[in-house]
Write a protein that binds this ligand. Structure first.
Ligand code: B16
Ligand code: MG
Length: 225
């Protein structure tokens, strides 16, 4: 039997847990308080994008200009609402198939990292009881450049002591797929194909994803190089 060398890097919001919906509710509340709204299609553009860049996009959609100090206040307000919501999360909010896949990887000794833009990842992992699965955590507190910059995934590979061609990234955001491709890694897109151009494989959720499928994907991809 071949030695398994793959390593997996998981995005958090929208891949392992459905916090994307809480981000949406909190940003929508902020936009509404400023007198405008934004669409679901616009919300797609916020996924995987860090807090301040998300705020800049939203203010631009509303045609609103704010000073840096005001923007800091608005971002903090949104985060207060968001943290209130995620503080009430429980393990029941782990998305379908996530637990099973993480457990399969763990059982086979495959290393696992988190690669998230969120500065709240610690609280989310704790509330949903997922922390113990991770060999490394790279989140918004650990990076200087946000997705689509590859930094978050490159750091993940470094902490797992592996190289990019062994890594498979799981992402629900186009900015995240772009970041993984820029890092030279295979990508499993979680969601709708139209939102995830460039992913090597698209799944609705992690239910049914097998370790063998991931090994095959990595081998086929590396053989094409
Ligand atoms: P926070 P991910 C990202 O997490 C979210 O997709 C994105 O919508 C959010 O703005 C970003 O985290 C920052 O989150 O405000 O909690 O620091 O998808 O990269 O796990
Ligand atoms: Mg995400």
């Amino acid at each position: 039997m071949n030695e398994i060398t793959i390593a997996c890097i998981f995005d958090l919001d929208g891949v392992l847990v459905d916090t994307a919906v809480y981000h949406y509710q909190a940003w929508k509340k902020l936009a509404n308080s400023l007198g405008f709204d934004f669409t679901h299609a616009q919300n797609e553009q916020l996924k995987g994008v860090n807090r301040m860049r998300s705020l800049d996009k939203i203010l631009a959609w509303g045609g609103i200009t704010k000073s840096d100090a005001e923007k800091d206040e608005l971002a903090a307000l949104k985060n207060t609402w968001y943290v209130d919501m995620i503080s009430k999360m429980s393990p029941s909010e782990v998305l379908p198939g996530s637990l099973e896949l993480l457990q399969q990887l763990k059982d086979k000794g495959i290393r696992i990292a988190l690669g998230s833009a969120s500065k709240n990842s610690g609280l989310i992992l704790e509330k949903t009881d997922l922390t113990h699965f991770f060999d490394a955590i790279v989140d918004g507190n650990a990076v200087t450049s946000s997705k689509p910059d590859p930094e978050v995934f490159v750091k993940g590979a470094e902490l797992l002591h592996t190289s990019e061609e062994n890594c498979i990234v799981f992402e629900d955001a186009s900015a995240g797929v772009e970041a993984a491709i820029a890092a030279g890694m295979a990508v499993v897109g979680v969601g709708e194909a139209e939102n995830l151009p460039g992913a090597d494989l698209i799944v609705k959720d992690l239910a049914g994803v097998t370790v063998q499928q991931l090994i095959d994907l990595t081998e086929q991809r590396n053989a094409r190089k």
